[in-house]
Design a protein around this ligand. Structure first.
Ligand code: ZN
Length: 48
């Protein structure tokens, strides 16, 4: 559930916006497709 608009969310539904600021600084931003609030970030393909 989105904490902002209570929309039902799955990983597939989450919008992914990849910000490419150079090869080594890639961030993927996850935002709610309904209210566009940013829910989190992940850096690159690997999360720790
Ligand atoms: Zn939302």
């Amino acid at each position: 559930m989105c904490p902002y608009c209570s929309a039902e969310l799955t990983l597939k539904k989450l919008e992914k916006e990849t910000e490419g600021r150079g090869f080594f600084k890639q961030e993927t931003m996850y935002s709610c497709p309904k209210c566009k609030k940013v829910l989190g970030f992940s850096r690159g393909k690997f999360t720790s």
